[in-house]
Design a binder for this molecule. Sequence first.
Ligand code: NAD
Length: 247
Amino acid sequence: MVNDMTLREIIDNSRRIVFFGGAGVSTESGIPDFRSEDGLYRQKYDVPPEVMLSAGYFYSHTEDFFRFYREKMLPLDAKPNAAHHKLAQWEHAGKLLAVVTQNIDGLHQAAGSRRVFELHGSIHRNYCLSCHKRYTAREIADSRGIPRCSCGGIIKPDVVLYEEPLDGDVIDGALSAISSADTLIVAGTSLTVYPAATFVNYFHGDSLVLINRDPTPLDGKCTLVLHEKVGEVLGVLPSYLDGEEMA
Ligand code: NAD
């Protein structure tokens, strides 16, 4: 039956939690998502964001791509919020197997999470298309026009653009974690980006929990549905570190 257990009871009884998140996990860190009222897709651009973030646009309009990317996709001052911190604590306490994220902002690692499967890559990894030399996100942010390597090659962010496939090893790791979880928490995602949205189908554990401000296609299939802010919900739960079990 839906909603017959509290989240606290579910987490207390879980030993192999996997967290599957999207852009909504970072809105409480001040990074806009894509599809909410104030999200990027509701803003007016001459070219739609999903086109500007496509591989075709990157290669055909490279300078325009980087103008948009620097302005909207590099929130380098953002800090992890209560959701990122609680998930890192659960991993350290041995309760959480992995975080699977569609986000590219690196905030789970900044909070201390170690096993993070970044389905769509990371703004923090950038490499030269010619010689593969690596660059930081700060170097991209500080560059002008088309960022160039010392060898002259174009530097590309290691983010999965529309029209590009996901990394096979990342998919394998994410699906293996999800399929061995006892509890899957899905949060902050509209579940409309494919193939990532299909990953929840690999879960066969006991409790499927959804924490999302707006309804999603998954709501009817969950053990527990909370239409609330993920940082506020996770923030009040115990860390389970050093035997801490009281909320
Ligand atoms: P989305 O924008 O399609 O949906 C976000 C969902 O999160 C919405 O349903 C919204 O109701 C919910 N939400 C927003 N704030 C919330 C909060 N505080 N608590 C709970 N729910 C909240 O995002 P998506 O499904 O992740 O797909 C967008 C794609 O864009 C992803 O693939 C991701 O790679 C990329 N993206 C990443 C970032 C980032 O790295 N921070 C930011 C924007 C977009």
